[in-house]
Design a binder for this molecule. Structure first.
Ligand code: ADP
Ligand code: MG
Length: 449
């Protein structure tokens, strides 16, 4: 049995997780900074790194407590060290090095993008082996508590199958080692989170719906089958990979402008939906009529596996405000979002979602064909990154897999967005290969596989 602590601080989530043998998530703690960045409608790097500094130690302690272990039980410590915001990455990397040095366990550097493609293989532990949570989470994901005097930082923990989480009410129980309250200063904004407990049919979790104690090797979470086609869709990436193994990836396509998550966030700003916009736009789109507007699906050259989303974003802007007179800052639009009614906004959201996901599905088809032409037809399609939480992408990718007879792996919702379980999970492959880093492991802002 191998226990790895993973740390993730590449952007605006401070996360720590304990994963057993690469796939069984014993704890998964995420401190979000959304409240801090909301007013700027995007992540402010300096604010992010300062918040990471304040969150990192309590989040690590919380992940250990929830897994009911101490630092001495760890076999290794892994950290996402690239790519990301440099000041943010440095916090996680420094913390990981400190723990590796102090406890004399191996340090493993993990590529954040590769880790997203490991997320679909993560699963909850069998009920019988899962330690009971040590604290009552004060609220569920997205329901932030205001005024809890004892704890104001966020925790994402895996609900136990068959053992529902407490209702989303405030708890007076304080998490051990939670930071002191900071609401008055406005410096750190935190919310307690916990993952949804409703079984998701797309979750690749053999243990998901089993009665307690029935976990057997046959129920173990499935490994990916290779060759695989990997798709990472997030706020920073829209990339296709031909995968021979979890760590042997070749980039075969990427966005030439905006990432799809970035396009979602920008379209959400145009539609006045707030930040982060992707999940809000997705929710609204499900109630709209996508056929009212025909928005562009950028396919680029005939065989291109690259993506482009900036045209779609501009099309949304013009649909909302009309074509402008003049250019740049001097552009005068015909109307504003305030001139549209709710149904019109909902229909534009639906048309955006249809166009964005359609473009991705079409590229996935091309990529399957490309790999087949190369003599390596994919056995599975694995998706990761924040946009893999998208309702339409999940449905359409599953349909595509059925159509092409390819196994589709999509993460459970808790592991779509940035998290540390995917870091600790992928680290197991490196651990087995003795692929360890030295204490001079660098934080690297750009570049990935
Ligand atoms: P990063 O890009 O920093 O690695 P994540 O992997 O956490 O971050 O992805 C965050 C992105 O995912 C954001 O752009 C967010 O809007 C987007 N996103 C999250 N949920 C959804 C959804 N349901 N539909 C579309 N986009 C989503
Ligand atoms: Mg990410």
């Amino acid at each position: 049995m191998t226990l790895i602590l993973g740390l993730e601080t590449s952007c605006d989530e401070t996360a720590a997780a304990i994963v057993r043998d690469g796939q069984i998530v014993l704890s998964n703690v995420v401190a979000t900074q959304h409240d801090l960045h909301q007013r700027y409608r995007g992540v402010v790097p300096e604010i992010a790194s300062r918040a990471h500094l304040q969150n990192i130690n309590p989040v690590i302690q919380e992940s250990l407590d929830r897994a009911a272990i101490t630092l001495n039980d760890l076999d290794a410590i892994a950290v996402g060290h690239r790519p990301g915001l440099i000041g943010s990455l440095l916090v996680g990397v420094s913390a990981a090095k400190t723990i590796a040095w102090a406890t004399d366990i191996p340090l493993i550097g993990i590529d954040h993008v590769q880790a997203h493609l490991h997320a679909a293989t993560l699963t909850d532990p069998p009920t019988s082996n899962k330690p009971a949570p040590q604290i009552d989470p004060p609220s569920w994901r997205g329901n932030s508590i205001t005024g809890n005097p004892k704890s104001d930082f966020s925790v994402t923990s895996n609900p136990q199958p068959g053992n529902p989480q407490p209702p989303p009410t405030a708890s007076s129980n304080a998490a051990p080692n939670t930071p002191s309250q900071n609401k008055g200063s406005g410096v750190v904004s935190k919310e307690i989170q916990t993952t949804k407990s409703t079984p998701d049919p797309l979750i690749n979790s053999g243990a998901q719906n089993k009665a307690p104690g029935t976990f057997t090797p046959a129920d173990a979470p499935a490994k990916l089958t290779f060759p695989a086609l990997g798709l990472v869709v997030s706020g920073g990436h829209t990339s296709l990979y031909a995968m021979n193994s979890p760590t042997d990836l070749t980039l075969i396509g990427a966005t030439i402008d905006d990432a799809v998550g970035e396009a979602y966030d920008k379209a959400a700003v145009i539609l006045n939906l707030g930040y982060p916009g992707g999940p809000k736009l997705d929710k609204l789109a499900q109630q709209g009529d996508p056929t009212q507007h025909d928005l562009p699906r950028s396919m680029l050259a005939k065989d291109s596996l690259d993506f482009s989303f900036s045209g779609l974003k501009t099309a949304v802007l013009y649909t909302v405000r009309g074509h402008p007179k003049g250019r740049g800052a001097a552009a005068k639009f015909q109307r504003s979002i305030d001139d549209l009614n709710e149904q019109q906004i909902t229909n534009i959201a639906a048309a955006f979602q249809a166009a964005a996901i359609d473009a991705i599905i079409k590229k996935l088809k091309r990529a399957v064909q490309h790999m087949t032409d190369q003599g390596t037809p994919p056995q599975s399609l694995v998706i990761g990154g924040g946009v893999s939480a998208n309702s339409l992408l999940r449905t359409r990718a599953t349909e595509l897999g059925e159509q092409l007879n390819i196994t589709v792996r999509i993460p459970a919702f808790a592991y779509c967005l940035d998290n540390a379980a995917m870091i600790a999970g992928l680290a197991h492959t490196h651990y087995q290969a003795h692929n360890f880093a030295n204490l001079d492991l660098p934080a690297i802002a750009s570049g990935s596989v």
